[in-house]
Write a protein of this length. Structure first.
Length: 111
């Protein structure tokens, strides 16, 4: 019970602190995605994609917060989602188009 109170206190204190995008973005830098979409569920909060890496045919599931403001209607089966390690932008490769989405923080595109 003491541990729960301690964790709750820390969480409350952290929630009062203003979000610093420079600190927050480092959680997304190491992520790397290269996945052909087989099934996707995208809403205002989450990006959930089941797919595979085309080079190795290994499963590549993505589940991440939708900080790119990707609309659900934009990702279809057969599209390729690419996010390079060390970058914040994510791109959706379609048959004839590449759509680039910048990472959003505090309601503004952030680079």
């Amino acid at each position: 019970m003491k541990n729960f109170v301690f964790v709750a206190l820390i969480l409350i204190m952290q929630s009062c602190k203003k979000k610093d995008c420079n600190d927050f973005k480092y959680a997304y830098y190491p992520n790397e995605y290269y996945s052909v979409v087989e099934q996707s569920t995208i809403d205002e909060v989450w990006i959930k994609v089941d797919g595979f890496v085309p080079v190795t045919n290994e499963n590549a599931d993505i589940m991440v917060h939708n900080n790119w403001m990707i609309p659900p209607s934009e990702v279809e089966t057969g599209d390729t989602i690419v996010k390079r390690k060390g970058e914040l932008a994510i791109s959706i490769h379609k048959k004839d188009t590449i759509i680039l989405h910048h990472w959003y923080c505090s309601g503004k595109p952030y680079q």
